[in-house]
Design a protein around this ligand. Structure first.
Ligand code: UD1
Length: 422
């Protein structure tokens, strides 16, 4: 298994191109299942999670070619051969559940393995299922699989999500595009990835209003057609690379970044003493003083501070002047990076859903273990600011969500390399 070796201390100066959003692309790809016409996605990120979704869609009979070195995905579900998503693929990636709504809407039945446990909490799929039931689906859980059917087709319905879920919003939104009549979904997620999915579905002929607000109304249509859609920029990759000069010093321009994708996070960086300048090409980031100030953070659904940037923000706070409290409200058990950061000399006290971080002047390099996707990149960020060598092991998590991290940071002057494992 590969590792990443970082020798800390180098200032970062240069440009980092931000890829298309992993989480948007993982929802856009299953949209192919809604139509027999071709769907083309441009600005796709080149990540192992995207390859897992490719394997899943192919197992259903979808055709998928990867063009321009993986940046363009050409999808067709003209001749689907199966409506069953097998455990062997689904267990690798929770987003696999997103094939359920589209398969059910187009074929009237679907079987999808339950995704199972996950390192960052229980993460059930009950909201996906309840939302689909509100559109007339009959759902049965048997042998570890969700068996869903709607023999006469789905019908429009009204559903209020009891809590905000990105994935459940996406699944039910896709299903509702082909339901008979009008659907009203309340308390939906407002993430930019939802807006991007709605844009793509609209380009495919769906009739959707309100994406980006807390209520989405969908007028069902009998069929969708093909479209070409450019995937929105990855706001989590953007936030991660904005933290690199904040923690290591220097000035980095994140190409393709937009403030509207990341306003709550940018506000916190500003309060910590980091300058963010909007340029014609993206966002240019540099810290005002040698050391940032401690700020408190609470994770919330969009437009709040994203949970997917909590671990990386914690790495920055480990080196800040003062004490900060980071509160995780989306997932239980999402502080697995804390003990690893503590191996690097960080002072962190985790108590329930909160972590109190007392900044230290300098972290110290150490061998550490990546426990999940965002945790792994937080350790790399910490390594940039640490004295000596940090070896981040088990980086397969990292490859799920970050394209060529060592090249992007290396091009700005970071001393970072991938150490090939067996
Ligand atoms: C998506 C993102 C993930 C991000 C998360 C929150 C993708 C592929 N992944 O995950 O990177 O961290 O949003 O921004 O887009 N919940 C239930 N029942 C359900 C569904 C969710 O109780 O049926 C709970 C979850 O356990 C969690 C909360 O709702 O506590 C939010 O989860 P959700 O927004 O659904 O996250 P994902 O869509 O899985």
């Amino acid at each position: 298994m590969d590792s990443i070796l970082v020798r800390g201390g180098a200032e970062l100066n240069g440009e980092i191109p931000i890829a298309g959003a992993k989480n948007a692309c993982l929802a856009l790809m299953p949209a192919t299942l809604l139509t027999d016409a071709p769907l083309t996605l441009t600005n796709a990120p080149r990540l192992s999670d995207i390859r897992t979704m490719t394997t899943l869609l192919r197992s259903l009979g979808a055709e998928l070619s990867s063009l321009q070195d993986g940046k363009v995905l050409a999808l067709s579900s003209h001749d689907l051969t199966s409506q069953r998503a097998e455990y062997d693929i689904v267990r690798k990636m929770r987003a696999s559940i997103l094939v359920l709504g589209p398969l059910l809407a187009r074929h009237g039945h679907a079987e999808v393995s339950l995704p199972g446990g996950c390192a960052i909490g229980a993460r059930p799929v009950d909201l996906h299922l309840k939302g689909l039931e509100a559109l007339g689906a009959e759902i049965d859980l048997r042998d570890g699989y969700v068996h869903a059917k709607a023999p006469g087709g789905l019908t429009g319905g009204v559903f209020e999500f009891p809590l905000v879920s990105v994935g459940a919003t996406e699944n039910v939104l896709m299903a509702a595009t082909l339901a008979r009549g009008t659907s009203v979904l309340r308390n939906v997620a407002r993430e930019p990835e939802i807006v991007d999915l709605a844009r793509c579905l609209t380009a495919m002929g769906a009739r959707i209003e309100g994406a980006g607000t807390d209520t989405i109304t969908i007028e069902g249509v009998t069929a969708l057609h093909g479209a070409t859609h450019a995937v929105v920029a990855d706001r989590i990759e953007l936030g991660t690379y904005m933290l690199a000069p904040a923690i290591a010093g220097g000035s980095v321009e994140c190409l393709g970044g937009r403030m509207s994708l990341i306003a709550a996070f940018a506000e916190k960086l500003d309060a910590a003493g980091v300058d963010i300048e909007e340029t014609p090409r993206g966002l240019k980031v540099s810290r005002r003083n040698n050391r940032v100030r401690a700020v408190d953070v609470v994770t919330e659904p969009f437009p709040g501070f994203p949970t997917d940037l909590q671990a990386q923000m914690m790495a920055l706070m480990c080196t800040a002047d003062g004490v900060s409290v980071l509160e995780e409200r989306i997932f239980e058990n999402r502080f697995m990076h804390a003990p690893e950061l503590m191996r690097m000399g960080a002072k962190i006290d985790v108590h329930g859903g909160q972590a109190t971080v007392t900044g230290v002047a300098r972290l110290k390099g150490a061998p550490v273990m990546a426990t999940d996707l965002r945790a792994s990149v937080s350790l790399i960020l910490a390594g940039l600011a640490a004295e000596g060598e940090t070896l981040v092991n088990r980086v397969y998590h990292l490859d799920r969500g970050y394209e060529t991290v060592e090249q992007k940071l290396g091009a700005c002057g970071a001393d970072i390399e991938r150490v090939k494992g067996e």
